[in-house]
Design a protein around this ligand. Structure first.
Ligand code: DC
Length: 229
């Protein structure tokens, strides 16, 4: 069967990755979590002193970018690829609130974006890919056959992320998570380079009141429509 490119963009914690992983597994497609790549660069910056307290040494990070090697390795048990930073699995380390607090700032840096977009384009060059992020349908794969733009209220999204963090055993307050979601929305949508926006040909999916099964079935129908037309 013909393989296509599926681009899923949207605000943070809209459940993009959950539905994207399920879709990729079902279709036998490769799943690429581009947010994980920006998070891995942020973790690198924190580990190497380019981010300290509230200070972000942008020039320092840019000069060290060559040293940042991000890769994905498929985990058979989980059924999706996990992200590695310089050969080390960082899947858990990149999901902390600390990383979330800086990642949007790191994602404003054009040199970082250029490097990651190039890698993302190469990961998806053979199609048969579900990629989620903020600029997939607008910048990374503007010709993607199926583009989705996921939305949900900030409160709903914060609750989801809060539940996830609690489940991992992190000690966080709901208000701090909500504030982080709102701050990231603002930075992601207003940055100069590749701001988060809905591509003209993207289909908006507001999943505030949709279960995962409902989202999956709906997106699968959109995929089948594309394939059959
Ligand atoms: O999807 P996420 O919450 O893990 O993404 C983390 C951050 O990375 C998000 O706040 C914005 C940035 N990002 C981006 O700028 N472009 C992408 N394609 C993916 C993520």
């Amino acid at each position: 069967m013909r393989k296509i490119t599926i681009a899923i963009d949207g605000f943070s914690s809209t459940g993009k990755s959950t539905v994207a992983k399920r879709l990729a597994k079902y279709l036998g497609y490769v799943y690429v979590d581009t947010g994980a790549m920006y998070r891995a660069v942020t973790l690198y910056a924190m580990q190497h002193g380019f981010i300290q307290a509230d200070c972000f040494d942008q020039e320092g990070l840019i000069s060290a970018l060559e040293e940042v090697k991000i890769s994905f390795k498929f985990n058979e048990d989980l059924g999706y690829a996990e992200v590695y930073l310089n050969g080390k699995n960082v899947e858990k380390a990149i999901r902390t609130l600390e990383v979330s607090q800086f990642v949007s700032q790191v994602a404003t840096v054009s040199e970082v974006r250029k490097q990651l977009v190039k890698q993302q384009q190469s990961l998806g060059q053979d199609k048969g890919v579900v990629m989620d992020g903020r600029d997939i349908g607008t910048v990374v794969f503007p010709d993607a056959e199926l583009k989705l733009f996921m939305t949900a209220s900030a409160e709903k999204r914060a609750q989801r992320r809060y539940d996830e963090l609690l489940e991992r055993g992190d000690d966080v307050a709901y208000e701090a998570v909500l504030k982080n979601v709102q701050t990231r929305d603002r930075i992601d949508s207003t940055r100069e380079d590749s701001p988060l926006m809905k591509a003209d040909d993207a289909i908006e999916v507001d999943n505030s009141n949709m279960s995962l099964d409902e989202q999956f079935e709906y997106i699968l129908r959109l995929y089948k429509d594309k394939i059959n037309n």
